[in-house]
Design a binder for this molecule. Structure first.
Ligand code: CMC
Length: 392
């Protein structure tokens, strides 16, 4: 094809150089800035990981305190932004609301954005990380028909998110430390994953010089699909549809049937041809959280385990190296924390936000980066002359 190659799905094209995240899909390795995901998930916090992704190094005490202060300073959104939600139908999908309202942030900050100025870039990055939970929680409250809850800056990032989601003016809300820790860990596990579809979308949109709020909104839109971040919602819907462990075999057969569009959601990955290391961590956390919440015998957990067990022994899945991915167990944890299924992908978006911004920043700073402009292989009609309407 002339001087370019045909590569649908970009399976063999590196679109950039990056220092941020390393994946070895055959060995099941994931490193953020060189640090293994297992260590970060166990020992770090989401804000610390956000700092790491943005700045390349773990913060010292003062740096972390400054970063945390800056994020908490920006948690409020302009009061008029709340009006957006009045325009949405009562059962609007929260990803539709998130995508639209994040995009609208450009309208509030357009004057102060200068993507060529590092200080302005940092301000945008902190604003986005700080305001995403506030917007997400407002979408949640719209969905459940409750009054919006303002951010409380004395709480941790995840504690504040839980408080905005679940507290009501009518009663005291006590944040469960189990929920706070589990949510923080889930956000860490989703924080970056190199050039996945939504991150590539952020980079492609950003390569035109558009503002970072618009680029992140494009990332949200790309994340929504069931082949990507929407898979966590799709897994829960699948488990609900299967309903009973006795029907697992039937659904495994459906997933293997090439004439049936059904796929086992939460299974398979473009890069991992081994157990997704995030899934290993989430699987363990899922058992711990459900145990702690007295839900160890949750029928959906049993169903998921049976599904996993059968699929991992089945030739179809073995030959194609299809293993559970990050989305297979995350929904079960969200559900146990009282989060509605429709909202799962929003939490993925919150987690992925620091990764998107770190990747956007790296792209803007990269001197080799040009506008993203793939080519195509044209397969349409050859040149032909226009035929007037009365002659067709
Ligand atoms: N169930 C049944 N068959 C599958 C599945 C599945 N979940 N995933 C892949 N396959 C089969 C596929 O039919 C193909 O078979 P064959 O070689 O006979 O044609 C083979 O495995 C390779 O699949 P592919 O579609 O060429 O692989 P891909 O790299 O283009 O797609 C994927 C990767 C994640 C989109 C795909 O595995 C999938 O649709 N999984 C279900 C959705 C899902 O869980 N997505 C979340 C991904 S992880 C989180 C994230 O990145 O957002």
């Amino acid at each position: 094809f002339g001087h370019f190659t045909y590569d649908p799905g970009f399976t063999s094209t590196a679109s950039c150089r990056s220092d941020i995240t390393f994946i070895d899909g055959d060995e099941g390795v994931l490193l953020y800035r060189g640090y293994p995901i297992e260590q970060l998930a166990e020992k770090s916090s989401f804000l610390e990981v956000s700092y790491l992704l943005l700045n390349g190094e773990l913060p010292d005490k003062n740096e972390l305190a400054d970063f945390t202060r800056s994020i908490t300073v920006h948690t409020m959104v302009n009061e008029s932004l709340k009006n957006f939600f009045d325009g949405f139908h009562y059962n609007a999908h929260p990803m539709a609301m998130l995508t639209a309202v994040v995009s609208s942030l450009s309208a509030f900050y357009h004057e102060s954005i200068d993507i060529n100025d590092p200080d302005s870039r940092t301000l945008c990055a902190h604003r986005i990380i700080a305001k995403m939970p506030t917007i997400a929680a407002a979408a949640f409250k719209h969905l459940v028909g409750e009054p919006f809850v303002y951010p409380l800056n004395r709480l941790s990032y995840s504690g504040n998110l839980l408080n905005m989601l679940f507290s009501r003016p009518s009663e005291e809300y006590e944040i469960s430390p189990i929920a706070e820790k589990a949510l923080d860990q889930l956000l860490i596990l989703h924080a970056d994953h190199e050039q996945n579809a939504s991150t590539s979308t952020v980079r492609l949109a950003g390569s035109t010089g558009t503002n970072p709020f618009a680029a992140i909104a494009s990332g949200c839109a790309a994340l929504w699909g069931p082949a990507h971040g929407g898979a966590n919602e799709a897994v829960l819907r699948m488990l609900e549809e299967i309903g009973d462990a006795s029907r697992v075999e039937k659904y495994i057969a459906k997933a293997k049937d090439k004439d049936d569009p059904f796929r086992l959601m939460g299974f398979g990955h473009r890069v991992y041809k081994n157990y997704d290391p995030r899934a290993t961590i989430i699987r363990k956390t899922c058992h711990e959280v459900l145990d702690d919440l007295g839900m160890a015998n949750d029928p959906k957990l049993e169903l998921a385990m049976k599904l996993e067990d059968i699929a991992l022994k089945d030739d179809y899945f073995v030959e194609r190296k299809l293993y559970p991915n990050v989305d297979f167990y995350s929904g079960l944890i969200y559900k146990a924390l009282g989060i509605p299924t429709q909202f799962f992908t929003v939490l993925f978006a919150l987690g992925r936000t620091p990764g998107w911004i770190a990747q956007w920043t790296e792209m803007v700073e990269d001197k080799e980066q040009r506008i993203g402009r793939p080519r195509q292989v044209y397969t349409g009609a050859a040149r032909r002359d226009y035929v007037p309407l009365d002659k067709r």
